[in-house]
Write a protein that binds this ligand. Structure first.
Ligand code: SF4
Length: 254
């Protein structure tokens, strides 16, 4: 009989005022988040939902930590090409799994971590399948995933939003940077705290949250990049705190 892990509830955003915004700013911040999504979606297009099941998404997201999209996709394809199934990946010698994902960052950490999570899921559920998450409440599903070593709020939200279409916002480095420059979150808000803060500004439906995530992710990869944001190519200058306080004053001087 598979051992069932205890499920504890996690707190999800109910009221933006709970998270430190002055109440008079909440409506403006919500409107800004919607307008940012609208303009960036118009520029980059609507992203289709992923066709990956939750187990496959977990593998994909763990491989993707601090790794470019193309490298992640190559490592993911390599695992399936060499081993044929997640069960075979789970049972393979760790050195072989590590070699198959050698192109991502920290394969020596990710290979044993993936296998340990796969073994734990099999032990608890009786098979290597996470489709049951779709039947849980969002709080139950998030709490269940959060227990695994290396599975934090971002990975949890990615699996539940991308594969289960549950309304939970992932915040990666790009989403965090763009949101911070725009002034949707304060400068000192960490990516971990930003999950709940930003989600509190968005409509409580998976499509809206997915569109916001994809819009800021793409913008952070292509225009609002880390070193030197390409503000001259950006359709958000009139909405952006960083542009108004840092970029525009410098332009005025020179
Ligand atoms: S105006 Fe510049 S800093 Fe602001 S979101 Fe656009 S690229 Fe980023």
């Amino acid at each position: 009989m598979a051992k069932q892990a205890p499920i504890k509830r996690v707190r999800l955003p109910r009221d933006p005022a709970d998270y430190g915004y002055p109440s008079q700013d909440i409506a403006a911040l919500k409107a800004k988040a919607l307008e940012v999504t609208r303009r960036l979606t118009a520029r980059y297009g609507i992203s289709p939902w992923s066709e990956k099941d939750p187990m496959s998404m977990l593998v994909d997201i763990i491989l993707s930590h601090r790794t470019k999209d193309e490298q992640t996709a190559a490592a993911y394809a390599n695992l399936l090409r060499l081993f044929g199934s997640w069960e075979m990946v789970r049972d393979a010698p760790t050195a072989e799994v590590q070699a198959a994902i050698a192109n991502v960052n920290w394969p020596e950490v990710k290979a044993p971590r993936l296998q340990a999570i796969m073994r734990q899921i099999t032990e608890e559920r009786g098979s290597l399948n996470l489709d049951f998450l779709r039947q849980l409440t969002i709080e139950e599903a998030a709490a269940w995933l959060n227990r695994f070593e290396g599975v934090g709020p971002k990975t949890t939200a990615c699996i539940l939003l991308f594969s289960c279409q549950m309304p939970l916002l992932p915040v990666d480095v790009h989403v965090h940077r763009v949101a911070s420059r725009l002034g949707l979150i304060g400068k000192k808000v960490t990516p971990e705290a930003a999950h709940l803060l930003l989600q509190a500004l968005l409509p409580d439906d998976a499509r809206s949250i997915y569109d916001f995530h994809k819009a800021l992710l793409r913008h952070g990869q292509r225009v609002c990049i880390y070193d030197r944001p390409r503000c001259q190519q950006c359709p958000l200058t009139d909405l952006c705190d960083y542009y108004k306080t840092t970029v525009k004053p410098q332009k005025a001087v020179f």
